[in-house]
Design a protein around this ligand. Sequence first.
Ligand code: DP6
Length: 330
Amino acid sequence: MYNGKARAYTNIALIKYWGKKDKELILPMNNSLSLTLDAFYTETSVSFSKAYTEDTFSLDGVLQDEKATAKISHFLDLARKKAGLPYFAHVESQNFVPTAAGLASSASGLAALAGACNEALQLGLSDKELSQLARRGSGSACRSIFGGFVEWEKGYSDTTSYAQVVPSNHWEDELAMIFILINDQQKDVSSRDGMERTVATSDFYDGWLDAVARDIQTAKQAIANKDFQALGEVTEANGLKMHATTLAATPPFTYWSPDSLKAMNKVRQIRQNGLACYFTMDAGPNVKVLCQKKDVASILTALQEEFTEEQLTCAYAGQGLKSLEMEVSK
Ligand code: DP6
């Protein structure tokens, strides 16, 4: 039996990853830049054993179906190949999220699985190699290997596409991100399907690629200067540009729901009233608000004029991947 366990935190992109140039290797069309957060994380343990006759995957105590297990198996194959070990595995993942709905992320999940495999199979991977491996599970997972501000260099091959820390002199410790949970009944378009459709059909996709290269530079300059307004403005603008590409896809789609718009408008209003805060959204209706730690209490109070306390969760900068002791050694 080969056992390993690891914890990874989720990350939210300030400059988004949106589009792949290689689906199998998960090579992105553009660089992206994120902030790793402390409030949401995944702990995953993996055991490889000669005695197992198939891969199994349990998430939050529930054994997962064939489709979810196939994605994990595909990833395990990469780890097995690296180790030269043919055994099946059992994967057990637990998502730690402050409130139930819609905040679990594939980024923390696949990063934790990469870490657990590294431990179990004693692969001895460096952080850079862990980032490359996690990327193969889910693109955004390559950024969750690291804490704080992280840039994913798109690269051009398996070994040249990985994330690394953006030097920030601990500025992220002064920042926060408030999550506004929006419940809506719409059927989801996964980020994987959404970006694929956009790359293939959106008239705005070329414009996105031009803009994102500039936005990355602006964001990095803002981090170097600890310029919150500049970072916030480029974060909000970049998110809007990503979402604009979906409206020009065929068939068109959007992740926005009426309450997402309500949240965006509220953030703009709070800003007009003098508190610096900026929104971003990913492949779902929830709205995330980048702000400074010193303003969190006032911004939460203002957001509570429109949203319930249960809808609001505050996160701060989080750490990179951590390996954990297995509690029970079978
Ligand atoms: C909108 O990393 O979930 O959150 O690589 O297909 O697994 P796959 O996609 P995923 O996409 C994340 C897209 C995003 C933006 C971002 O996190 O950069």
